[in-house]
Write a protein that binds this ligand. Structure first.
Ligand SMILES: [Zn+2]
Length: 246
């Protein structure tokens, strides 16, 4: 992946410059960590090279996302692959166990999807879907934050804690499309001090089913003045297929 060009924002501030090249530094970190905790393929758990996302066999079985899916409030939606076969195992496992390589592999996938759409260069920062305190204490980590942090390194763009959840919501997994929308209505807002006005914001999720979560996040970002919101997920379910997701 080519290093992104440094582009000045409209106010003249260089918001993308990282003097020491965080992508390179992070790659060295991954290499060192790999000595003690070998990198594994998130689909089959075979040991792979420290900078690989999937093993060759699993990668060859991924079905690339090539559909058009509209998410209300977002200017664009894209995904890396379809939620199918071995991806299902990787995504489900990641929801309960953040070990291995899943968040790095998912981030690489999202970055490639953004590059396919030729929008990677215009993104000012990446934000993740927040969890309520209750949900966080139950799971112990926020999976979309882990992916967003990796995108921060790969694209060398800031990743900030911009969105907050305004109220507890029900688990989405047993709800239909309409109920999901109602459940998440006005569930997010932008933090008071997080200035997103005039920026192109990338909001990500690991899996997209109906798009309700990304749509509500995009609504909050647009309301706070974001110029453009790009929504992206690692995997997208086919049509109306239900999944343990949002
Ligand atoms: Zn594999």
């Amino acid at each position: 992946m080519e290093r992104r060009k440094v582009i000045n924002d409209k106010n003249g501030g260089d918001i993308r410059r990282f003097a020491f090249g965080i992508r390179t530094v992070h790659s060295i970190y991954r290499f060192l960590i790999n000595i003690f905790y070998p990198n594994i393929c998130p689909c089959c758990e075979e040991i792979i090279d420290y900078n690989d996302d999937f093993c060759d066999e699993c990668h060859s079985k991924l079905i690339m996302y090539n559909e058009k899916f509209y998410i209300e409030n977002a200017d664009l939606f894209t995904a890396y692959c379809m939620y199918d076969g071995k991806v299902r195992y990787a995504v489900r496992k990641f929801k309960y166990e953040p070990r291995g390589n899943a968040y790095y592999a998912f981030a690489c996938g999202i970055v490639q999807a953004l590059q396919r759409e030729n929008v990677a260069e215009e993104i000012d920062e990446v934000v993740y879907i927040p969890m309520t305190r209750k949900a966080y204490s139950k799971r112990g980590y926020n999976q979309t934050k882990l992916i967003a942090k990796e995108i921060h390194y790969l694209l060398e763009i800031p990743c900030r804690n911009v969105l907050v959840k305004t109220h507890e919501t029900k688990s989405q997994k047993s709800l239909g499309a309409y109920e999901r929308r109602i459940n998440l209505k006005d569930a997010f807002m932008v933090r008071e001090k997080a200035d997103v006005s005039g920026k192109c914001i990338l909001v990500i999720d690991d899996l997209c089913t109906t798009g309700s979560t990304l749509s509500e996040a995009a609504r909050a970002l647009k309301k706070a003045g974001a110029k453009k919101v790009i929504a992206a997920a690692f995997a997208k379910t086919k049509g109306k297929e239900s999944a343990n997701s949002t």
